[in-house]
Design a binder for this molecule. Structure first.
Ligand SMILES: Nc1ncnc2c1ncn2[C@@H]1O[C@H](COP(=O)(O)OP(=O)(O)OP(=O)(O)O)[C@@H](O)[C@H]1O
Ligand SMILES: [Mg+2]
Length: 383
């Protein structure tokens, strides 16, 4: 449907915005372009509908070289949502949405019914909004209308430049779903620019990670999650992947690495002192080779504190354990189903490697929700 062959764009001032782009987008495919600010995403989109022209190389849409097609004609067949909304201020919401259908010669009733059909899709009541002007809408509402305008005439190719950037998460998800549905059902081809890896992973059939004007890695979301080409891609993917694929995380990645341990021959007073000092309510009992022997909890010690017993007398042997390579999902499922407060992580030789706690879960979730650092630190060893 869209084919870039060796496409480069050098702006008049010498800025190399896009360099040797080769990309084939199939009919019905949704391809996301993602990359740092200034890497050439908007420029790439604009070359497709000739809002800017490539310096070299060719772009074909539906088998036709765009440079051979009348630009006005070309644009009528391509939906476009620009990065800054771009509604016409002197036109009402309805007039904005029916712009292309009108150019295509749809009659008035058909256009009006299309407007009334589209507005509710993005949670805007037609009676309230159809006759308002863009300045009478919030930024997010304007953005939603911008998306509708691109969809109105049901073009086969849609270019979207960060269309959902200013929306609240709920509206954004509703629109993502709507877009996915439309694309799947009507076989629309969509080139979608985003900054948001979550959005790309959710929507894309393929993701193009761009760096300095060049496609750096082109892959399906799954490939990208599993095999980021290098550190640049890994960083781009990494901080968000927890949100979309916590099942891909392993226990060893989130466990507490140095849980507090105790020697089986220690007395109870000593064990309690360690707990108090390290602020934990249980200790993992290990032998000299770090093999896990059992668990002893503050509660059990409390009940026997006047006795002369040792840790080994009180410990629970053979506690449930999990391997470091197991998935985080499995660990939490076991913890919840068996009402475990913690789950020691033990390798095949029985050596203690770490500990999963409910705090580890909080870490995973907070990392997913606030990838930039809201995460609670795992600390040194709370059990
Ligand atoms: N008209 C122009 N003249 C000169 N340089 C331009 C022009 N438009 C864009 N550029 C430059 O080309 C490069 C790519 O810009 P582009 O808008 O394609 O980036 P982008 O990936 O869409 O960035 P963002 O994520 O910030 O929207 C940037 O360095 C930009 O400054
Ligand atoms: Mg841009």
């Amino acid at each position: 449907m869209v084919r870039f062959e060796n496409v480069s764009k050098v702006y008049a001032d010498g800025t190399k915005a896009v360099e040797s782009l080769n990309l084939q987008v199939e009919r019905g495919e949704l391809v996301c372009l993602i990359g740092p600010s200034g890497c050439g995403k908007t420029t790439t989109l604009k070359m497709v509908n000739r809002l800017c022209e490539p310096t070299s190389g060719t772009i074909q849409v539906g088998g036709q070289d765009v440079m051979q097609v009348d630009p006005v004609q070309l644009r009528r067949g391509i939906g476009y949502v620009i990065q800054q909304i771009g509604l016409f201020p002197h036109m009402t919401i309805a007039q904005n949405i029916e712009l292309v259908p009108k150019l295509l010669g749809w009659d008035t009733p058909k256009r009006a019914s299309r407007v009334d059909e589209l507005l509710p899709l993005v949670g805007l009541d037609p009676d309230t909004f159809r006759n308002r002007y863009p300045r009478e809408l919030s930024g997010g509402q304007q953005q939603r209308v911008g998306v509708l305008r691109a969809l109105a005439a049901e073009p086969n190719l849609i270019l979207m430049d960060e269309p959902f950037g200013a929306l609240d998460p709920i509206t954004r998800e509703a629109l993502q779903d709507e877009l996915k549905r439309l694309q799947g059902k009507l076989k629309k081809t969509i080139l979608f620019v985003t900054h948001d890896m979550d959005e790309a992973l959710r929507l894309a059939d393929r993701i193009v990670v761009m760096k300095e004007g060049k496609p750096h890695q082109i892959a399906t979301p799954d490939e990208l999650l599993r095999n980021p080409k290098d550190e640049f891609v890994a960083q781009f993917v990494g901080r968000d992947r927890l949100t979309d694929a916590p099942e891909l995380l392993t226990v060893s990645e989130v466990m507490i690495k140095r849980p507090v341990t105790v020697d089986p021959n220690h007395g109870l007073a000593e064990a309690i002192a360690t707990m108090r000092q390290r602020r934990v309510n249980a200790l993992l009992v290990t032998d000299v080779d770090d093999r896990l022997l059992g668990i002893v909890t503050a509660q059990e010690i409390e009940r026997n504190r006047r006795s002369l017993l040792t840790v080994s007398d009180l410990m629970r042997s053979n506690p449930p354990v999990i391997h470091p390579g197991a998935s985080v999902k499995e660990a939490f499922e076991r913890m919840f189903l068996d009402h475990l407060e913690f789950l020691p992580v033990v390798d095949h030789q029985g050596v203690l490697k770490g500990l999963m706690t409910h705090t580890s879960l909080v870490d995973v979730l907070s990392h997913a929700l606030w990838p930039d650092g809201g995460a609670v630190s795992s600390g040194g060893g709370a059990a």
